[in-house]
Design a protein. Structure first.
Length: 442
């Protein structure tokens, strides 16, 4: 880029501050009050960026690929980025990542992945998830105590995906351990990514020789010439790695955050709280208030543009603050902008509430309000088949656990629960529980 780097804003907020990890909802409210819908932030090494926390602004940025591209080559800060910068794997990962392809190349590759997931039969998926969830509960049920993160929520999505991908049983433990350790970031995350890509490469090689009823086989079938040269194989392995990681990590946190809510909030303590309505309501509330994907990297402005209260320059990096946008008073408040937002975005069920950031309630008798941005928006949105798989795994995991362990409760005070130190994904370090021991079903 020939555009000069944007100078540091005097009021820029370090993105690694502890409050992004421990107290994000009040923090976003304060940031919105002080800075508006677009917040100047600092990444490690004082690299500047914009954190977009307005619902309208996130919607606009994610829906305008011409003005806000996913191509990191546009960044005007490359000259200031150290070679060992810790966010390099997140901003511009090595390899041919689907996350940073653009245009028709991205659309073609994303469609192949979406179609491969679309072929997953919902009833079969539910049966897989129930069987695996029951087996996990069998593994700790007699103990009367369990850390649900380590023993359940971090494992269930991985094991379901392992079946969908046809991952050999002898390879699953090492990869599962690596991904769980990689959730903390740093070198462990780099190791997990490398192992995941290599695992996908081996799966593709095996499925090319002997196709099966799994995701890699369907991807190969939809990719003519995929076996012609190492580049094609590398591209498909990278794509499958993105798909697997994006399906595992946020789903694990969605399940963990849902169970935390149901174990700590009195509204879910009634006898029917573990029923289908209670679980789905808690899942919906988590996506509004405690969404697993807090911040998404990223978009780069292709030209100078006004966004909310800020003048964004060509080459600036914008981070999509999904949690901040979900809490925007524009979609929760009592004033005219609510009606404006509803008309502009085609939303339904937005109601006035005295709380500045309530969870929008459904229209009477209707489904839960799903106008949250937790799965993104625009052509880079999480594919609908992937969202449906995540919803099925999360709902099944919560229902099976509460059915098998109806008296389960926290083994520590609520305030003792802590979250992983990440500004990107929000998930618990641990969820210690106790319950009456149960005999396995097998």
């Amino acid at each position: 880029m020939t555009v000069p780097a944007r100078p540091l804003a005097p009021d820029a907020v370090p993105l690694d501050t502890d409050r992004f990890h421990t107290d994000p909802v009040p923090l976003y409210r304060e940031l919105r009050h002080r800075h508006g819908s677009v917040v100047p932030v600092l990444l490690p090494s004082d690299i500047p960026a914009w954190l977009v926390i307005g619902y309208r602004e996130v919607h606009r940025v994610s829906g305008d690929a011409d003005t806000y591209t996913r191509d990191p080559a546009r960044w005007n800060q490359w000259a200031s980025v150290p070679a060992d910068w810790p966010l390099l794997p997140l901003i511009a990962p090595r390899g041919a990542s689907l996350l940073h392809t653009v245009g028709t190349a991205h659309a073609r590759r994303a469609t192949v992945l979406s179609d491969a997931l679309e072929a997953v039969e919902p009833g079969e998926l539910r049966r897989h998830a129930e069987r695996i969830a029951d087996a996990l509960v069998d593994g700790f049920g007699l103990d009367g105590r369990a850390d649900l993160v380590a023993a359940y929520t971090a494992r269930l999505p991985f094991l379901v995906l392992a079946e969908l991908f046809g991952l050999p049983a002898d390879e699953a433990p090492e990869l599962g351990d690596a991904l769980r350790q990689g959730m903390a970031g740093g070198a462990a995350a780099n190791r997990a990514r490398g192992l995941l890509v290599e695992t996908m490469r081996r799966l593709l090689t095996a499925r090319r020789e002997e196709p099966g009823a799994d995701v890699p086989s369907r991807v190969l079938a939809a990719s003519p010439g995929a076996g012609e040269g190492e580049l094609a194989e590398t591209v498909l392995a990278e794509d499958l790695a993105v798909l697997f990681a994006a399906g595992h990590l946020p789903t694990a946190d969605w399940l963990g955050n849902t169970l935390r809510l149901m174990l700590t909030d009195a509204r879910y303590a009634a006898s029917d709280a573990g029923g289908r309505f209670g679980v789905e309501r808690a899942m919906n509330e988590v996506l509004w208030r405690d969404t697993p994907t807090q911040t998404v990297v990223g978009r780069w402005a292709t030209r100078d543009v006004r966004l909310g209260p800020r003048q964004v320059r060509a080459g600036d990096l914008l981070l999509l603050g999904l949690q901040g946008a979900n809490g925007d008073p524009l979609v929760h408040g009592t004033s005219a902008p609510v009606a404006t937002a509803a008309a502009l975005y085609g939303l339904s069920g937005l109601v006035s509430e005295p709380d500045p950031e309530p969870v929008p309630e459904p229209v009477a008798g209707g489904p839960a309000n799903s106008a949250y941005l937790s799965f993104g928006h625009g052509d880079r949105r999480c594919p609908f088949p992937a969202q449906e798989i995540a919803e099925t795994v999360t709902r099944t995991g919560a229902e099976v656990l509460l059915d098998r362990l109806p008296d389960i409760e926290l083994a520590v005070a609520t305030e003792e629960l802590t979250y992983r130190p990440s500004s990107w994904l929000r998930g618990l370090d641990a969820l210690p529980t106790r319950f009456a021991p149960v005999v396995g079903r097998r």
